[in-house]
Design a protein around this ligand. Sequence first.
Ligand SMILES: Cc1cc2nc3c(=O)[nH]c(=O)nc-3n(C[C@H](O)[C@H](O)[C@H](O)COP(=O)(O)OP(=O)(O)OC[C@H]3O[C@@H](n4cnc5c(N)ncnc54)[C@H](O)[C@@H]3O)c2cc1C
Length: 441
Amino acid sequence: MDLRPVSRIETDVLIVGGGAAGVAAAVTAARQGVRVVLAERYGFCGGGAVAGLSGTVCGLYEASDTANAPRQVVFGFADEFVRALDARGGLAPPVRYGKTHTRVHDPVMWRETADAFLRDQSITVVFHAVAVGAHVEGRDAVGGAILWSKQGPIDVRARVTIDASGDADVVAMAGLPNFIGDNGRVQNPTMIFRLMGVDVDRFLAAHGDDTIMGPAVSEMIRAANESGKYRLPRAKIWLFTTTRPGELLCNCTRVVGPDGRELNPLFHADFTDAEIEGRRQMREYERFFRDHLAGCEKAFVNDTGVQVGVRQTRQIEGVKKLANTDVVKGTKFPDGIARSPWPIELHSGEKPRVEWLMNDVYEIPYQCFVPARGQNLLAAGRCLSAEHEAVASARVTAQCFSYGHAIGHAASIAVKERISPRAIRGEDLRAVLNRDGARLD
Ligand SMILES: Cc1cc2nc3c(=O)[nH]c(=O)nc-3n(C[C@H](O)[C@H](O)[C@H](O)COP(=O)(O)OP(=O)(O)OC[C@H]3O[C@@H](n4cnc5c(N)ncnc54)[C@H](O)[C@@H]3O)c2cc1C
């Protein structure tokens, strides 16, 4: 029960969630002249990239066996945001990540860059607001959401609602079809942390410039575990130098329960355990790095993400589902509205599995964002309709920007033409995106 007065907002487009997808969708829709409200549970945008400290923009560059300079293959809003972040000094040059490259970002400047984009378009941003209910009219038409705020409930009525919550919260609250991972099994969360006081030159000289640490480091981790002096559940780890001097961004923990099961942050008990276990592992890796990695002898943890990093939870059941084979074969679709060169990077079991797509991209069709049932609702971001391994590729930041770019356009078209988003042809949306810099063809 909440007896406080209800505030009311009417808008054309409501976006729940201010991660990469939500920000891109909000800015794109507002640029088309429709009214936009963006609701975000934290006091800043960035989601997994910032609150989860995922820390790098993956998915911009083609994978290749040659040592050539990285070839960028994703443009549109992703490119625009990355350039704006770079201009602030918040983005490091491309660094090697196995057979491809990624770019490390400053999480504070990410927030400021998003603030600037949103303010430029006069978007109504409601920070510290959590969507706690969906308005469902008739059988399955979604007409907005109820937000929880410190002031009291906010009743937002919208002609189109975009679920960019990462967790398909709105879809689930509206009772529309959704699913969880591989028969309920999701990829493990990771507590990412920042290590300061690193002698970066000595670290790079000893361990090389590939951010995926080589077999020598994995061997050291295994040996340390066998010695019984450390408990390090993941031997294949990623360590990134950043825009800040003396800092490493550490993607190394593997947050599982005592029974070895990947914890699923949709469940409150798992989410709580993941935070506590993530912090425990963070200290264990910090100790190991100080004792064993060159340049890290005096290093210390500066901070962790605001929350444990969540790779996968609930996804929408879409009109179409991106298949694992689409990713590995580089499938193109006439209604493809985004493209990805990123490998499958499956964090499940003892060792992350990376499966490369070489010198190619695959495309993601519009209908992966259109719920199988329900009107006036679209999804954007990592909660797209995709199989378990496919989402282990399709969830990275550059692609989430691209999905938001496409879905922001789709929402504004639906509002202006007074049609349901499912009536929009993906082929037409693709043409709109090409005119708006996405370079899909
Ligand atoms: C450990 C880890 C490492 C990763 N490493 C990389 C990497 O190096 N490079 C890369 O590109 N990608 C990486 N990723 C993936 C990437 O960070 C995410 O998949 C991507 O940021 C997802 O963007 P999104 O907009 O779909 O969702 P999210 O970033 O999850 O954003 C959803 C937003 O919605 C908000 N929200 C959720 N529910 C509600 C609600 N009910 N009401 C209001 N607001 C709500 C959240 O606070 C959040 O801000 C990593 C992910 C993890 C977990």
